[in-house]
Design a protein around this ligand. Structure first.
Ligand code: ZN
Length: 405
């Protein structure tokens, strides 16, 4: 058994409780003790002038995409092998930013699942990757120019939704299920805010996911689609324009979470066009403008918020993941709350709160060692100079990531 004892100046646990002058004991990659009492142990690491917090979790990324403004058609012409290698590089950029877990929410076939598995098996270095495989959508709902992206699994009717969900879970080991409850900025056949999958289709998918203990994330723009997703019992509303008071009540009743992806919407406010939108400029239906007031409404109403960026979308580059938390603080969260959104609540959105997201006994030892306190200035998390060291499963990995920082 390998054991490390970290003597830490300040531990930000991720649960909201912070400890001064504490000791964190790590054995075989797991945190076994967090205490302010004297502890025994020879292999001690002096971090008494440092702040230690849980590794960040990004609950919404697209590792296949570059974060550049490439056309989707370019991506579709690339081989699976090319996309998998590119996805691994993107995942490593996230890890170098202090994001020790990323959830990919629509990738072609097994391109990201294979990245997940090679990392998990220790074949190569990367963050913990969770993947849904492809996203379930209605036939044609995400087709562009008559072509369907390999990251879309088309289903029509509850039986097909159930069958494809089972296949994703059983054949591919999907860690979560992603549903297209509505159109998108890049879907030309319906408006972004129009409902797509029906309540019955999403209910069938959600029942199957829940049998396997897997969470369901639903992409939603517009009131009707959010209502449909919530009525189907999904766990996470992604984007979520526009939440009504009734939605908020229902989310509280059902324990659902919101992943707001502000990193992307605030980039769009700056004039960055979404993929495909150039072909259909009226399709956004105001979702860009609504992102900020929507977030503020959710925050005010105490809807649990899990951090997710949509990294990979145009001009939202992999490795910029921590900026999401800066937006939350800009819009009214305290830095401590933003850190919880980016750690423990993000873990909850993936049903991983028993394994990840906080510095507590029994969790994986994924931690960041910081030279300055992000509770004084959250933007310090976006500065690689502040992140001295990155612990992944109890191993310091920052020296292997110098090319990505
Ligand atoms: Zn997305």
């Amino acid at each position: 058994m390998t054991s490390q004892v970290l003597d830490v100046g300040t531990v930000i646990t991720g649960t909201g409780d912070d400890l001064e002058d504490a000791t964190v004991v790590v054995e075989d990659g797991l945190i076994t003790e967090v205490t302010q009492d004297e502890t025994a142990g020879d292999d001690r690491i002096d971090l008494s002038d440092k702040v230690v917090m849980p590794g960040l979790i990004d609950a919404h990324v697209h590792l296949n995409y570059t974060g550049g403004t490439e056309d989707y058609r370019t991506k579709e012409s690339l081989s699976d092998e090319y996309l998998a290698l590119r996805s691994l590089e993107h995942a490593r950029k996230a890890l170098a930013s202090g994001t020790t877990t990323v959830a990919d929410v629509a990738a072609r076939d097994t391109t990201v699942l294979s990245v997940r598995d090679t990392i998990e098996d220790g074949v190569t270095l990367g963050p913990r990757v969770k993947s849904c495989g492809g996203m379930l959508a209605i036939s044609g709902g995400r087709a562009v120019d008559g072509r369907v992206s390999g990251s879309i699994v088309e289903v029509d009717g509850p039986d097909e939704a159930r069958k494809e969900t089972r296949k994703l879970l059983m054949y591919y080991g999907a860690d979560l299920i992603k549903l297209a409850a509505t159109g998108a900025l890049s879907s030309p056949h319906t408006g972004a805010r129009d409902p797509q999958l029906t309540v019955e289709e999403m209910t069938a998918a959600t029942e199957e996911a829940h049998k396997c203990g897997r969470p369901v994330h639903a992409h939603c723009y517009g009131e009707a689609g959010i209502s449909n997703a919530l009525d189907a019992g999904v766990d996470v509303i992604v984007h979520g324009q526009s939440l009504t008071d009734d939605h908020i009540d229902q989310m509280h009743d059902q324990g659902s979470l919101l992943v707001p992806t502000l990193a992307t919407f605030r980039k769009m406010e700056d004039g960055i066009e979404a993929l495909g939108e150039r072909d259909r400029p009226d399709s956004s239906g105001g979702v860009r403008e609504e992102a900020v007031p929507n977030f503020e409404r959710a925050l005010e109403a105490d809807v649990p918020i899990a951090a997710g960026t949509d990294c990979g979308m145009p001009e939202v580059h992999h490795g910029t993941n921590p900026v999401e938390l800066v937006h939350y603080v800009d819009l009214g969260m305290t830095p401590g709350e933003a850190i919880t959104a980016g750690t423990l609540t993000a873990a909850r959105s993936l049903n991983l709160e028993d394994e990840l997201g906080s510095i507590e006994p029994g969790k994986h030892a994924d931690m960041l060692v910081l030279s300055a306190d992000p509770r004084e200035d959250i933007s310090r998390l976006t500065d690689s100079e502040t992140i001295d060291r990155i612990l992944l499963g109890g191993e310091f990995v920052e020296d292997q990531l110098t090319a990505y920082r």
